[in-house]
Design a protein around this ligand. Sequence first.
Ligand code: NAG
Ligand code: NAG
Ligand code: NAG
Ligand code: NAG
Ligand code: NAG
Ligand code: NAG
Ligand code: NAG
Length: 458
Amino acid sequence: MHWKYSLLGLAQAAAVVLAVDSAVVDLSLSKGSPQHLASGFIYGIPDTYNQVQSHWYTDMGFRYNRAGGAQLEAPCRGWIWGYDEYLCRLHSTLSNYRTTREYGGSFIILPHDVWGTDHANDSTVWPGDDGDWTNYDLFVTTLLADMAEYDALDALVWDTWNEPDETVFWARSAQQWVDLFVRTSKIIRDNSKYDGVQITGPSLATAPSGTDDFWTLWLSQVEGNDTVPDQYSYHLEADVDSPDDDLQITNATLTALLAEYGLPARQVNINEYATFPEQFPAPAAWWISRLERYETLGLRGNWMDGLTLHDLFANLLTKIDDPYNYTATDYAAAPEWQVYRYYNTNMTGHRVNTTGTADRLFDVYATVDSDKVRILSGTRITEGTWAITVNGMTAVGLPAEGTVDIQTWGFAGTDHFAVTGAPSNRGIVAHTYANDTLVFPIYQTDTTTAWAFEFSRG
Ligand SMILES: *[C@@H]1O[C@H](CO)[C@@H](O)[C@H](O)[C@H]1NC(C)=O
Ligand SMILES: *[C@@H]1O[C@H](CO)[C@@H](O)[C@H](O)[C@H]1NC(C)=O
Ligand SMILES: *[C@@H]1O[C@H](CO)[C@@H](O)[C@H](O)[C@H]1NC(C)=O
Ligand SMILES: *[C@@H]1O[C@H](CO)[C@@H](O)[C@H](O)[C@H]1NC(C)=O
Ligand SMILES: *[C@@H]1O[C@H](CO)[C@@H](O)[C@H](O)[C@H]1NC(C)=O
Ligand SMILES: *[C@@H]1O[C@H](CO)[C@@H](O)[C@H](O)[C@H]1NC(C)=O
Ligand SMILES: *[C@@H]1O[C@H](CO)[C@@H](O)[C@H](O)[C@H]1NC(C)=O
């Protein structure tokens, strides 16, 4: 190796590529315009209107939020603590809704939080206890009517109940929750005033599974009741070693389950993705690559507590003095912010087809614009050596063989709260290629740095 690439911090070097596991970019196959499908997060927006300066929303291509007043204390604990405590959570929800709409996003309401599951336990009342739905029906109709009253039905997605397979969010049986799902969908669909409201579900913590009771009961009862949701949702926040914590696996599992249970295809929304240890630049690029490949919407998981849950864009942002000071407005970019900014602001033109490596640990997202080809790459918090194979060089006006100068940008950061500047310039390396295919190696010597590679088109 004639380049001391690791000392220079270069991810790629001009060298003969060994037979390593390669991610593939196909420049000849367009996937349409960028959708920034991964640019959502749950909570993360302060309840004080306009507290976060507008460029933080626009630069990341913000498009989805999901909230319902969780973690607020008395007198703001939700419906089961009385009407005033319900109203307090409603106003938190409405504030986040308005901010989301101001920046063109869609808003997923979390009724379980407006109900107050974070101040409940298995001794408190749950919807449908002893077969009595009176109180729950009043809750749903009141909340719907209030959202209508406050002009908050546009781009609204109703997420009937979050993670009923986690006992902190649902302390009753799987069937009682399916009853709730079917019942709520009918209440919404039976009133034409709410025709524009989308319904999402099942929002289970467990990835699609043919053996999990929550999944199978739900799959077997929604179609016959005419309550198939507008969006299928579930969460990918398991351990990174868990075999099904990967959209490549779960997209196929869900497709098979839908066929087995006779359900139609719908937009999928992973409305919580990535664990806290994965919230660094390299895994961010890996998740973006996956969500884009499967045309799947995604909202970043949010691992903060208390008021910080309602701040910091699920750790895309930090603050210069004290990130835990909720009222402070000295917002700054956290490490992953720079990845989302590049993804939205720089990766323009059209998306092209990509394939991740066979070991499922390294992946790429790529765009072609009138000036450049741009490839964002990341790993699943792991080190290793891979390659990127770019097919179809002639599709971007380059000769079938020749040399390209590849510019590398590095997105570094190992502390979720560190103020982080623009990606650093890691230099330009000339690569020769032949037969319409460029191959260059990736030396990933840490677990957190993401890379962007750019070269001019012909
Ligand atoms: C359940 O919550 C209620 C209301 O906050 C509280 O009074 C009760 O002590 C809790 N029960 C348990 C077992 O934690
Ligand atoms: C409709 O949903 C209920 C649960 O609320 C379930 O018991 C019933 O079997 C479902 N009907 C059909 C036809 O799937
Ligand atoms: C992903 O799932 C959708 C249905 O949910 C299916 O239409 C599509 O073919 C799947 N994609 C791949 C590449 O398996
Ligand atoms: C939090 O930030 C606000 C606004 O900058 C400031 O007035 C206040 O003193 C800070 N609170 C603490 C505990 O530092
Ligand atoms: C991304 O685009 C912005 C805005 O045009 C520009 O200032 C910045 O230099 C670009 N970053 C990279 C790494 O190309
Ligand atoms: C496009 O991407 C999909 C998913 O990675 C892959 O299965 C397919 O082979 C790719 N097609 C081409 C022509 O690159
Ligand atoms: C050139 O690419 C084609 C198709 O991708 C492949 O079949 C052929 O073996 C390649 N030729 C060489 C010399 O690598």
